[in-house]
Design a protein around this ligand. Structure first.
Ligand code: NAP
Length: 303
């Protein structure tokens, strides 16, 4: 069974290289002929891990030229996922499985709607990776991957294959709760870190706004029938801020580098859900307005 990886960016490369190192068949699906030529010129994919740096010439092709796909890792950003799912539809075999690496919520549901009959497995990842340059990925630290089927169902037989390949992977029977929890933590920390232009530790001086945001996020989670994800949220947010005090949040890094953020699938999703549930959450709404103004002023999309 071939693992097809769509998106040879940070996480896609990290997964592809570990699967290939374990002797599993992997193919990369690249964006267009130009990216394919760039990949050939780069001499393959490189993964930098503590103490070693390995390059492999993994097979790469365009989606249009790939044989029908059975198992695919969708490793693009959340804002690219739905459009890619539509392009993928004619290339997937009946009963295909697709793993969705996207952060936040909303893109997974859009992909599932575009791909009826395909098993959509959402992944919540706390692994870290970034690109040193095109087709050269740096693993940034240890983490975990929780996998779960948005429509329920048992763990796939290949879960052990991932673990043998050194990809930390744990089956989660309520992946939606895990994705909501991560989204809520992100909504509390990331936008404020952008607006304050600070490292996570800088938020230790923002106790009042953070507590107000956590209260509203808890209300939202409870209204969205995600009470388990609401439990102990405030304490975990503080724990994460202290543990990552020296780091810039991913949203801060994106804005600083002039890159589009995934805000629409994080704070945007939270605010849309609140509106749908008829909840007035003034701190969250104000945060969304301020962040949108901040992004617009820097020429970045607000969605
Ligand atoms: P990334 O480095 O920007 O990689 C995204 C990849 O998607 C790029 O290689 C891009 O191709 C590719 N892509 C987009 N449209 C495509 C198309 N039409 N055809 C083929 N490839 C296409 O992003 P990432 O950091 O890996 O993040 C992926 C997701 O994982 C995000 O939702 C992120 O929030 C989540 N996540 C990331 C991390 C992390 O540490 N990086 C951790 C946890 C969660 P090009 O190279 O051609 O642009």
């Amino acid at each position: 069974m071939t693992w097809s990886i769509l998106g040879a960016g940070s996480l896609g490369s990290l997964w592809a290289m570990r699967l290939a190192a374990a002797g599993l068949e992997v193919q990369l699906l690249l964006r267009d002929p130009q990216r394919l030529a760039d990949y050939q010129r780069a001499g393959g994919l490189t993964l930098e891990q503590p103490g070693r740096c390995i390059t492999r010439r993994l097979p790469a092709r365009l989606l249009a030229e790939a044989p029908p796909l059975q198992r695919l890792l969708l490793a693009c950003k959340a804002y690219d996922a739905a459009a890619l799912a539509e392009r993928l539809a004619p290339h997937l075999q009946p009963g295909a499985e697709i793993l969705l690496l996207q952060n936040g919520l909303g893109s997974q549901q859009a992909v599932a709607a575009a791909l009826p009959g395909v098993r959509c497995i959402a992944v919540s990842s706390t692994e870290g990776a970034h690109r040193r340059r095109d087709f050269h990925c740096v693993q940034a630290g240890a983490g975990n991957n929780w996998l779960g089927d948005l429509s329920g169902g048992p763990a796939p037989h290949w879960l052990a294959e991932l673990q043998r390949a050194g990809i930390p992977a744990q089956w989660c029977s309520d992946i939606l709760a895990r994705l909501w929890r991560k989204l809520a933590i992100n909504c509390a920390i990331n936008p404020l870190s952008v607006l304050q232009d600070c490292r996570n530790g800088g938020l230790l001086a923002q106790r009042a706004p953070l507590e107000a945001l956590c209260d509203e996020l808890q209300q939202l989670l409870i209204a969205a029938e995600q009470s388990a994800a609401a439990e102990g949220l405030k304490a975990e947010v503080w724990r994460i801020i202290e543990a990552t005090a020296a780091n810039y949040s991913s949203m801060h890094q994106d804005v600083a580098a002039g890159r589009r953020t995934e805000v629409d699938y994080l704070l945007g999703h939270a605010c849309r859900e609140a509106a749908r549930l008829g909840l007035a959450l003034p701190h969250l709404s104000a945060l969304q307005r301020q962040l949108a103004a901040h992004l617009t002023a820097r020429g970045l999309p607000t969605h």
